[in-house]
Design a protein around this ligand. Structure first.
Ligand code: GTP
Length: 201
């Protein structure tokens, strides 16, 4: 794969408790459809779309994971491959909000502490519902404490779905550019230290 092709592809992972709306969000983004019936995700499902972001066509892959604990070991294998991660809770379900910390801790565990907080965002979904348990400010303050950006969406109406993904894709691209800039500097540093035993990581 050429460097340009690699930069024009973005792999995102979506995690969170069961029934918070991960599949619905992925489906609304990639196909513009919403299904009121609940069908539990088995393992991991891929949704994708070619999106125009900052005048570039980006192939966005959304890896939708099962919220059910019985699939934890299967979904764990996908953390390392993700370039951006969305942690979702349901604004009408206190338990799913309380579990955010567990999900962010599991990201840290799987990325061996190598966590760039810019490429992880928290999403409160189902904002079309009137029976909210988590207010916007409460969620915003909590995410702020944890060090992550907070977004609110409705996978049913499509509100904020595209803009949230676009935000994360831009963060991922920025992150890739910084990494590739830093990697390009390495040969120069190594050349500078030629003749001695200095290794630059
Ligand atoms: P798992 O596969 O178990 O991990 O669930 P999930 O997080 O993928 O949830 P899913 O998308 O299957 O949605 C669960 C239920 O919530 C379904 O009945 C959806 O129709 C409904 N739902 C999802 N998003 C929204 C939303 O934004 N608003 C409303 N009102 N309902 C939603």
């Amino acid at each position: 794969m050429s460097k340009k092709e690699k930069n024009n592809k973005c792999r995102l992972l979506i995690i969170g408790d069961s029934k918070v709306g991960k599949t619905s969000f992925s489906s609304m983004y990639s196909k513009g459809t919403f299904n009121i019936n609940y069908l539990s995700t088995i393992g991991v499902e891929l949704f994708s779309k070619d999106d125009i972001i900052d005048n570039e066509t980006i192939h966005v892959e959304l890896w939708d994971t099962a919220g059910s604990e019985k699939f934890n070991s299967l979904t764990a294998g996908f953390f390392g491959k993700a370039e951006g991660i969305m942690v979702m809770f349901d604004v009408t379900c206190q338990a799913s909000f309380d579990n955010i910390r567990n999900w962010t801790e599991s990201i840290k565990t799987h990325l061996s502490g190598d966590l760039n907080k810019n490429i992880v965002i928290i999403i409160g979904n189902k904002i079309d519902c009137v029976e909210r348990e988590i207010k916007t400010n409460e969620a915003k303050n909590y995410c702020n404490e944890l060090g992550f950006e907070y977004f609110e969406t409705s996978a049913k109406t499509g509100q904020n779905v595209n803009s949230t993904i676009k935000y994360l894709v831009k963060q991922v691209i920025k992150n890739k550019n910084i990494n590739s800039y830093n990697n390009n500097k390495i040969p120069f540093k190594q050349r500078k230290n030629e003749g001695c035993c200095c290794i630059v990581f």
